[in-house]
Design a protein around this ligand. Structure first.
Ligand code: ZN
Length: 89
């Protein structure tokens, strides 16, 4: 497993609109910050400031359910990373 821990039963499959990276996360959210090009929130932002959401470029494409499915998807994505010209569907 590369993106998520072993035995993960459900994972979100995301694609970044900015850098086109695809990845899995155990957190299921409509949008999230891309781990490749996204910036972590500025910790110096005060509690009254609105959190900027412009950096949430990764959108949820699909929810992957089931340990086997998550593992398979994780494997495919890991392959895509290391295999170079892996063809997507
Ligand atoms: Zn990105």
């Amino acid at each position: 497993m590369y993106y998520v821990p072993d035995k993960t039963m459900i994972a979100g499959f995301y694609e970044c609109k900015k850098c086109s990276e695809r990845f899995l996360s155990v957190q299921i959210m409509p949008k999230c910050i891309c781990p490749y090009c996204g910036e972590t929130p500025d910790m110096e932002i005060g509690p009254d400031d609105v959190m900027p959401d412009a950096c949430e470029d990764a959108v949820l494409l699909e929810v992957i359910e089931g340990e086997d499915n998550v593992e398979r998807m994780d494997g495919l994505l890991s392959l895509a990373l290391t295999g170079g010209d892996y063809e997507w569907l």
